[in-house]
Design a protein around this ligand. Structure first.
Ligand code: NAP
Length: 255
């Protein structure tokens, strides 16, 4: 039987790949055989990660990308087009978080989170969709949502709204782009320790949240590898418009 999860010959773009989950997604796709465009604003970090992939025998390209800036997004896709001809897999991962009460939250904070997490995902998805539709080969777009787009917690208002928007955007794009053979799905991770939440998860409030996860632990980036490869590869050929929680059961626990 052929390996349905094999990505040999495919080109992938991972946004926000300069650290955290994005770095792990880039390494995972490269190990599965994809040529990976490692993209984020910190050019030194993306260059390091691209070198790490190449040193391990994989194929990678470092790309400078600010998802908020549509010109930067267009430039990044142009670079990928020139280098690889097109893109087959896009992991729309770049994101930011802010913690404040709804009464104290500033307009700047609200706009920053929404611009990056919602409009940034749209900017990248539209550019990817246009390129995939023009090439006629279809593709797979994987948006990184969050269980906070499904359930909610105190102090994360714009983050929760932006991720609920990403889940709905995933479905809206999936129904429009199925005719172009483009699948659009989302992963909704629970809590994984990265720079985005390290401090919070070490606090008493953070530990209380982890205690409510049925599996009683935070996620390990390795836990996302299987779900990512399922959505990226032919193994998920009949999946589109789904939002897949990867959370140790957190989202189904109402206490
Ligand atoms: N960790 C979790 O528990 C968790 C749970 C659910 C969902 N998520 C989601 O997973 C994604 C990755 O988060 P993470 O935990 O890995 O956090 P992280 O370590 O803080 O990584 C965030 C990444 O996003 C990039 N980024 C931020 N703004 C950007 C912009 N304007 N343009 C391009 N890249 C930008 C950053 O790179 P540069 O600064 O170099 O641009 C960085 O590589 C986010 O969408 C997050 O909401 C995380």
């Amino acid at each position: 039987m052929s390996n349905l999860f094999d990505l040999t010959g495919k080109t992938a773009l991972v946004t926000g790949a300069s650290g955290g989950l994005g770095r792990h997604f880039a390494l995972t796709l490269a190990r599965a055989g994809a040529h990976v465009a490692v993209a984020a604003r910190r050019e030194d970090k993306v260059a390091e990660i691209a070198s790490e992939i190449a040193a391990g025998g994989g194929k990678a390209l470092a790309v400078s990308l600010d998802v908020v800036n549509r010109e930067s997004v267009a430039d990044a896709f142009e670079t990928i087009k020139q280098t690889a001809g097109g893109v087959d897999i896009v992991v729309n991962n770049a994101g930011v978080a802010a913690r404040d009460s709804a009464l104290d939250m500033s307009e700047e904070t609200f706009d920053w989170v929404m611009e990056t997490n919602l409009k940034g995902v749209w900017n990248v998805a539209q550019a990817a969709g246009r390129l995939m539709a023009a090439n006629g080969n279809g593709g797979s777009i994987i948006n990184i949502a969050s269980i906070l787009g499904i359930r909610v917690a105190k102090g994360v208002l714009p983050y929760a709204i932006s991720k609920a928007g990403v889940a709905q955007m995933t479905k809206a794009l999936a129904i429009e782009w199925a005719r172009h053979k483009i699948r659009v799905n989302a992963l909704a991770p629970g809590y994984f320790v990265t720079d985005i939440n390290r401090e919070f998860l070490a606090s008493e409030a953070g530990q209380e949240i982890v205690a409510r996860v049925p599996q009683r632990r935070t996620g390990d980036p390795v836990d996302l590898e299987g779900p990512l490869l399922l959505l990226a590869s032919d193994a998920g050929a009949y999946m589109t418009g789904t939002v897949v929680p990867v959370d140790g059961g957190h989202v189904i626990n109402s206490v």
